[in-house]
Design a binder for this molecule. Structure first.
Ligand code: ADP
Length: 456
């Protein structure tokens, strides 16, 4: 329960950090996108103004004759021109013609053009010039003006020359910034609305990803907890037995009782079980940490099997089980590895096979080779196991037949050690079994080059 809370709070924290970092990145990206789009829009407006003023400039300069004076030739090119001195602006607007491309452009209230003479007097205008913008001539090329009502305008100023190359005056082409501002405003709204939505999505994804990343850690944490509980339970059994024996011995009167031999034997038996258990646990832990240096050397598997058959015979005879071996091929097979560990691997499997086979049954050990690998098979006609158990018997402390295992001093670590040894030798182990029919354990170990030298 507590661990669940710990993992949940860690998951929340991870998701929170991730969302925070992503939020900062998204925020920075949004600012960047906003700046870029606004800048691009601004530049495209500038280019429009430049193009328009360029066309006007090129059309007017060849026909301008006297500085600050608008001749009739100019009015032919710009029929919409409103000459302030003549006060003909309204009339010009009404009789506007669409004969010239510039007139079409200038009918649009979006743009305005102002002509100033060199003394700074406004001479003529085209388009709807905003009334409340400053009426003083400014000669910098680019200017942004603010009208009294708050509207902003952007304009370009160009010096015009007469056809004799004398300065004529200034022409200013400008446009309202309303469209630009509404464009950037809607972009800002989209980004400001999109950011929280994006953050919610990122938060959900982070929560899911944090769970995914923590799942294997959580599972292995649970396994460690299970292992600690199982180990404590296994250690407690012999310890309790020793304590009980000692307690009962304390109340005995040894002057009357026979020799305390049986008490000592019981304590010795339990201590042996205890130390075997501790040794097995240590071995497993070291193999997992790879802190046991494996002395890799060519080991003759035929020799190991011969020795084990000899060693296990009394056990098989006592269990009334027929023990036999079958070796395929004439040449001995060598595997590269630690002889003691390989010995332990095969002996664990043989002991199990004898132990889980009923009286009158058979246990056979077979050795063969297959494509650069040695196969050691231990086959029995014993009690077998279900498919579900086959999937778990290599787990530490897993026991199918708990009573049988306990009575023979088994702790449920034997097959876990077998698997660890096989893996440490780049080998593998698998089991095939049928309930009440028997089991076959197959160990696959890579052969050494020695086999190929001998056979060639
Ligand atoms: P144990 O010390 O209990 O034998 P192992 O790890 O060696 O522990 O084996 C795990 C469990 O697998 C055993 O408790 C037993 O139930 C089952 N098992 C192992 N070998 C055999 C076999 N040859 N036939 C049937 N069951 C077996």
């Amino acid at each position: 329960m507590n661990q669940n809370r710990l993992f949940n709070s860690t998951r929340w924290r991870l998701a929170g950090f991730y969302t925070g970092v992503m939020g900062a990145i998204l925020g920075l990206c949004s600012i960047g996108v906003y700046q870029m789009v606004a800048h691009a829009h601004w530049q495209s407006q500038d280019r429009e103004l430049e193009a328009l003023s360029g066309v006007l400039h090129d059309s007017l300069e060849p026909i301008l004759q006297r500085p600050g004076t608008i001749e009739s030739s100019v009015r032919r090119v710009l029929p919409n021109l409103c000459i302030l001195e003549q006060n003909n602006c309204q009339a010009q607007m009404e009789t506007s013609s669409s004969r010239h491309i510039l007139s079409v452009l200038h009918r649009d209230s979006y743009y305005y053009t102002r002509f100033w003479d060199l003394s700074g007097r406004l001479v003529a205008t085209i388009g709807s010039v905003p009334e409340d913008i400053p009426t003083k001539l400014e000669t910098e090329t680019w200017q942004t003006l603010k009208a009294k009502n708050g509207d902003r305008y952007h304009q370009i100023s160009i010096l015009l020359k007469t056809n004799r190359n004398f300065a004529w005056g200034y022409m200013q082409v400008g446009q309202s910034l309303r469209e630009h501002e509404s464009h950037t405003q809607s972009l800002k709204t989209i980004l400001l609305l999109g950011l929280p939505i994006g953050l919610v999505l990122v938060g959900g994804a982070s929560w899911w990803l944090a769970g995914l990343a923590m799942r294997p850690i959580y599972l292995s944490y649970q396994q460690i907890q299970q292992f600690t509980a199982d180990a404590a339970h296994e250690l407690r059994t012999p310890l309790s037995a020793i304590r009980a024996t000692v307690d009962s011995a304390k109340g005995m009167d040894f002057s009357i009782e026979p020799e305390p031999q049986s008490i000592l034997q019981s304590i010795e038996r339990q201590s042996l079980r205890l130390s075997q258990l501790v040794q097995d646990l240590l071995m497993l832990a070291r193999m997992e940490q790879r802190s046991i240096p494996i002395k890799f050397q060519p080991c003759c598997l035929n020799q190991i099997i011969d020795d084990l058959i000899e060693e296990m015979s009394p056990l098989a005879i006592a269990a009334e089980v027929e023990l036999s071996q079958e070796v395929w091929g004439h040449l001995p097979l060598y595997a590269l590895g630690d002889e003691d560990q390989l010995y332990r691997l095969v002996s664990n499997l043989l002991i199990n096979a004898i132990q889980y086979t009923q009286k009158g049954g058979q246990v056979k050990i077979m050795l063969k080779s297959d494509d650069h690998h040695a196969l050691i098979q231990i086959q029995d006609t014993g009690i077998g196991m279900t498919l579900l158990d086959q999937a778990q018997i290599f787990d530490r402390f897993y026991r199918v037949h708990i009573d049988r295992s306990r009575s023979s001093g088994g702790s449920g670590l034997g097959l876990a050690i077998v698997k660890a040894i096989a893996l440490a030798h780049q080998g593998s182990i698998k089991v095939q079994s049928e309930l009440n029919r028997g089991s076959v354990f197959t160990v696959r170990l890579p052969l050494t080059k020695l086999n190929f030298h001998i056979s060639s």
